[in-house]
Ligand binder design. Sequence first.
Ligand code: ADP
Ligand code: MG
Length: 271
Amino acid sequence: MTSTTLDPSTVDSPTTAELDARNISAWFGGHKVLDRVSLRMPAGQVTALIGPSGCGKSTFLRILNRMHELVPGAELAGEVLLDGEDLYDPSRRITDARRHVGMVFQKPNPFPAMSIYDNVLAGLKLTAVRASRRTKDDLVEECLRKAGLWHEVQTRLRSPGGALSGGQQQRLCIARSLAVRPRVLLMDEPCSALDPTSTRRIEETIGELSTEVTIVIVTHNMQQAQRVSQHCAFFLAEQGTPGVIVEHGLTSAMFDTPQDRRTADYVHGRF
Ligand code: ADP
Ligand code: MG
């Protein structure tokens, strides 16, 4: 792209998109870890993925933005549709898929030596979106505001990302994901390395963001799942079998009137 301003498609208000995973199976080195998992994650809403460790939640999340294929020995079957379009279409570049479907990890991972300002913009380079200086300033402010970090860092945008507290670093990572205007944001236990105050602030941010970006969050915290999500899927891998979704639906129904005994046991902490 030769333009010196942001690609017009990225300047428009971001539009949320529905993600539809169909019959997803996954293997590592021939060992099956997910078995025909299907889940529709509605646009502009928050879907929580819950379940014990090792049942394939992170693997499923990585499949939703094509990170799975980067793992050596990893295989995949099934389809992922982003507003009806195949994310794995051979003509679609992996960076394109990653631009539309962003990811925030459990451990905050800003570039520690890079300034806060440059951290926010780091994803633009990877996805080849170019911006003028003025647009960049606006974009940095906008993303930091949305991530709830602007007021804390506006006077020190040139400080290194690594100088921030853990909770601030995670909010910087959220700002960085937002800069490329994703349509979906995947979050893999984004608060489990954080203190309760930082956790609360990120939960507030999730609530505010969900009107403009579809969110899929993995959490082990049942209260958090209830606070932030409208939809919920319970993953389980029983006795060496690959992970499946036992039950999914509205979060309120999953917690109040679970249909499967195993869901009831899990959400009530009897696992
Ligand atoms: P969860 O996020 O629910 O804890 P994961 O998706 O991390 O589960 O793991 C699902 C299964 O896949 C586990 O048995 C795990 O050991 C295996 N697994 C995950 N990542 C890899 C990998 N890179 N190589 C081999 N096995 C893996
Ligand atoms: Mg995990």
